[in-house]
Ligand binder design. Structure first.
Ligand code: ADP
Length: 457
């Protein structure tokens, strides 16, 4: 894993070294400029003194200045060396071609600068034309700029090491300082919103808070669901257990045994239905649920559901009707059957005697899709309950729901099936008049050919 410390460390060292190199170059350039200027000034001052001496007395003794580091040369207008402080003047070659001498002959003064072969010594020359036509030249040998650089190189290396060490310490302190709020956030996850953080960390803390909120909502839903399931299972089990105990203790007369058994059977059936619905819901809840979607005829499905619901309808004195025509939707047959059956069951169970449930399958002119409508003339749902009836275990009238074998999960399952099919659900209801639930299915995708459509349905 990439360490923040080592990244900061590298950046700091890089910054330090680059700054050091740039500063060193600028310093050396300006220092060497000042040094050269200083050397030239020295030579000019020396030349002034020597010239004054010579002009007053042509026999002027130059050698009295030999303990200054400067070399003094007197050259005739023809280039012959008349006096040389560092060597024997007679052995020296003609100096007329030296640039500083030529310059002095032409313009009164001349200067030049020559590097030695080894690059370690630079020699500066300054020449001046005297009144008698001779030329006085002073020269000074100095360490070359290059050798000055090598001298300071060790110093630079030392500073470089210091920068590396300081960078390491700083990066450790900086990382610690920067990570402090993140560590505090990790330690006080429940109070992230109350911490005073850098503004750069706000998006992270906001995301954390949103994540926590979602998590706690999910946790609450899960807890509610578990509590509801336990409660729903406990009610029939208590009844079953009560009857069984009475039979066990001989408190039930022989003639009443079938009645008791029937009640036990009914409650057990209710439990099985509930467990079936819970299993169905958890299957539909699966994020990676495998769906076998294929074109199916919704009208045929509705017709089959209507047949199965006939008995229940008769019991509730409700008549059933099917309207519309054959329409294909892309879906899973089992799920769609469950969807129609649940809506149809509700239409019957929350109806009034002599009521009616109509199932309609028709085209959706707006989207070219299909609409499934389940309309009843039942008790209706008041507005305050309409928003909540798709929640798990939400029931307007608990007693009526239980009596008619409801689990409170039917519409939650319907909602999930609708989502799995990319459909939309809509409800219109008026208290005492009835309810109409519509499901809008999207049109069949175009890449499904009509041949496979026929063979599949
Ligand atoms: P249940 O098993 O109780 O019927 P559902 O999830 O199917 O559970 O429905 C939730 C609640 O919505 C029901 O208890 C009932 O109060 C109300 N409801 C559902 N469908 C209808 C309808 N067609 N007419 C009136 N009320 C309905």
């Amino acid at each position: 894993m990439n360490s923040m410390k080592s990244r900061i460390n590298k950046s700091l060292i890089g910054m330090g070294v680059v700054t050091m190199v740039i500063t060193a170059i600028i310093c050396l350039l300006s220092l060497s400029g000042a040094y050269i200027h200083h050397v030239q000034m020295d030579m000019e001052v020396m030349a002034d003194i020597l010239c004054d001496g010579y002009e007053q007395d042509h026999q002027f003794n130059f050698s009295q200045f030999s303990n200054y580091d400067m070399r003094i040369t007197l050259i005739s207008p023809e280039g012959a060396v008349l006096y040389e402080s560092d060597a024997n003047a007679d052995t020296m070659d003609n100096h007329l071609e030296r640039p500083e001498v030529r310059e002095a002959l032409e313009g009164g003064t001349g200067d030049a600068h020559r590097e030695s072969m080894t690059l370690s010594v630079d020699t500066y020359y300054y020449a001046r034309l005297l009144h008698d036509g001779n030329i006085l030249r002073v020269s000074l040998e100095t360490d070359s700029i290059f050798s000055m650089y090598t001298n300071v190189l060790w110093g630079l290396l030392g500073v470089g090491c210091l920068i590396v060490m300081v960078s390491i310490v700083f990066s450790m302190l900086l990382t610690k300082k920067m990570m402090e709020p993140v560590e505090t956030m990790a330690k006080q996850l429940d109070h992230v919103g109350e911490l005073s953080l850098y503004k750069e960390l706000r998006p992270l803390s906001d995301a954390l808070m949103a994540y926590q909120k979602k998590n706690s909502e999910l946790e609450k839903l899960r807890q509610d669901f578990t509590a509801n399931v336990s409660h729903e299972l406990k009610t029939p089990l208590t009844t079953i257990s009560g009857y069984a105990e009475m039979m066990e203790n001989g408190m039930v007369k022989d003639a009443d045994v079938p009645g008791c058994a029937e009640k036990i059977h009914k409650e057990a059936g209710r439990m099985l239905t509930l467990i079936g619905d819970i299993l169905e819901l958890s299957r539909l809840d699966e994020p990676e649920m495998v769906k076998d979607l294929r074109p199916v005829d919704l009208y045929q499905i509705a017709s089959r559901c209507l047949e199965s619901a006939e008995l229940l309808a008769q019991r509730h004195e409700v008549t059933l009707a099917l309207e519309g025509s054959s329409h294909q939707v892309l879906g899973e047959e089992g799920m769609l059957e469950e969807l129609v059956a649940n809506l149809c069951d509700n239409g019957i169970r929350y109806n009034k005697p002599k009521g009616k449930v109509t199932i309609r399958v028709k085209a959706d002119p707006q989207t070219d899709g299909t609409i499934l409508e389940v309309q009843d003339t039942g008790i209706g749902i008041s507005e305050e309950h309409q928003r909540r009836i798709f929640e798990r275990f939400y029931r307007v009238d608990k007693g009526r729901s239980r009596e008619t074998g409801g689990t409170g999960l039917g519409l939650a399952i319907v909602k999930h099936i609708v989502q799995q099919h990319g459909a939309q659900i809509q409800m219109k209801s008026a208290l005492g008049e009835g309810t109409c639930i519509s499901v809008f299915f999207p049109p069949l995708p175009e890449d499904i050919d009509s041949e496979s459509l026929k063979s599949r349905t």
